[in-house]
Design a protein around this ligand. Structure first.
Ligand code: AMP
Length: 224
């Protein structure tokens, strides 16, 4: 199963993505996570990407597009993948579509989580990351997933924040890119929505991101 996942930062995309990944047993290819691993590992790619990420800008397409297209060619992606965080703009969407066609890879499902910009911003600022698993949901502003004191509510692991999660200007920039329907991420998702409208074999699923995690999951599972 080849799946694309869209949703603004703060919409619960990571959490719902993890559910899809388990259901279809696909690797979760997350562009942001690949950048963070490279930054942690001190690679050249990581060093290049860091300055953009810290400012809330997109890492340039010349770096990001080949990185993701190469990742999809790796062995563990042969039987499917779940792509999250890419494409982030219309150029990336077009390049992805072209390279999938070239590689004879078929897109099966596109999921779009819809969430108001202000709610998404509050959710980002409340987000806490668990040292053991970034997909353990912890958010100081969401009652259902409040951390256990200052520890992860799932495993008791240490929690931290991402620097770019606490910077309102950076969040504004990231959301500016996401909600841009002309060239940004919504333009990328609409590109695939248009494709799905012409091709019955592509399922385009929209989810309301406002309810709690469990309700969004139930909605997702019912629509798959
Ligand atoms: P995320 O974890 O998805 O919020 O990504 C963190 C940061 O990585 C973003 O704010 C961008 O700076 C960078 N990034 C992630 N995905 C992409 C992409 N598809 N294109 C360009 N930059 C990206």
């Amino acid at each position: 199963m080849n799946i694309l996942f869209f949703g603004p930062n703060g919409s619960g995309k990571g959490t719902q993505g993890a559910i899809l990944k388990d259901k279809y047993n696909t690797p979760h290819v997350e562009s942001g996570a690949i950048f963070r691993e490279n930054i942690k590992g001190g690679t050249e790619l990581g060093t290049k990407a860091k300055e953009y990420i810290d400012r809330g800008d997109l890492v340039p397409d010349e770096i990001t597009i080949p990185m993701i297209l190469d990742r999809l060619q790796q062995d563990d992606c042969k039987n499917g993948w779940l792509l999250d965080g890419f494409p982030r703009n219309k150029t990336q969407a077009i390049k992805l579509d072209e390279s999938l066609k070239k590689a004879n890879m078929k897109l099966d499902i596109v999921v779009e989580i819809i969430l108001d910009r202000e709610i998404a911003k509050n959710r980002i600022m409340g987000r806490r990351l668990c040292v053991n698993d970034n997909n353990h949901p912890n958010n100081i502003y969401i009652d259902a997933i409040k951390p256990d004191g200052d520890k992860c509510r799932v495993c008791g692991g240490e929690l931290s924040t991402r620097a770019d999660d606490q910077d309102e200007d950076a969040i504004g920039k990231r959301h500016g890119i996401y909600y841009d329907t002309e060239t940004g991420t919504l333009a990328a998702s609409y590109y695939f929505k248009d494709l799905a409208a012409k091709d019955d074999s592509i399922k385009y699923i929209t989810l309301d991101g406002k309810p709690g995690v469990k309700d969004v999951t139930a909605d997702l599972v019912s629509k798959l």
